[in-house]
Ligand binder design. Sequence first.
Ligand SMILES: *Cc1c(COP(=O)(O)O)cnc(C)c1O
Length: 287
Amino acid sequence: MLELVVESPIQPVVLPSFAEQGVTVHIKRDDLIHPFISGNKWRKLKYVLEDARDTGKNTLVSFGGAYSNHLVALACAGAMYGFKTMAFVRGEEVQNHMLGLCRTWGMQLRFVSREAYRDKEQLYRSVETEHTYFIDEGGRGVLAAKGCEEILKDISGYSHVVCAAGTGTTMAGLIKAALPLNINVEGICVLKGAKGIEDDIRLLTPEYDNWTLHHRFHGGGYAKTTLELLALIDQMASQTGILFDQVYTGKMMQAVLTLVSESYFPKGSNILLVHTGGLLGLLSRYD
Ligand SMILES: *Cc1c(COP(=O)(O)O)cnc(C)c1O
């Protein structure tokens, strides 16, 4: 069990502006790990599912918005590994391709008001039994960060690693793995005014200083898009063949291009971008 074979190749990203600024850029294709348990969501679930199994649980209970990559990943992984799944979904009842997929894998969905959604512990208690297992929103937590450390397994030779940050759990895992490799982690925060993320990251990585969280690139706030962002995603797709979503990885790419153009990265920098997946969310562009 839990032996998903993780194939996540690294490939160069060749763009004229990178060459002009004297930096080399590669991308780690965690989006290729699995079509639905995609990217960092597999990394974050791996040890959580192992823990649920080892403690004899059979029902995974979690939380998310109506376009949650985490819920899709959890619904699929739960079905693959023999767990029942249940999710509290924020806001009034809606239908979309993400939630439809969740249901297809047998996930039970309960829509709750934004207010009720804030108290996840209480929601959990309303369904808790000796067989249920609590997984926080976005899969965040210590075991999730541990799984994300493995993104940098067998990797060396880079000066910087860049990732999108929502809860900061993925970034925390990268920070831990990057310190002995002398790599600085550049997180691109996709939420507006989310200063608490620094504290959350520090809790998971006390005493680490090999990281910077950038707050300029949320593009108006979580899941907000601009025409520039959508144009950039189209341009990247046509220039490199790689798809980026508009909530996470597209904003990371936009940030990287800006930071490179500002000479933020010293000449000779060897930059590794982490493609954290989430491409199903891209489809909402065409809904
Ligand atoms: C969930 C998600 C993130 C955010 O990960 P955190 O660990 O919460 O910071 C980044 N990228 C994609 C594609 C995601 O789906």
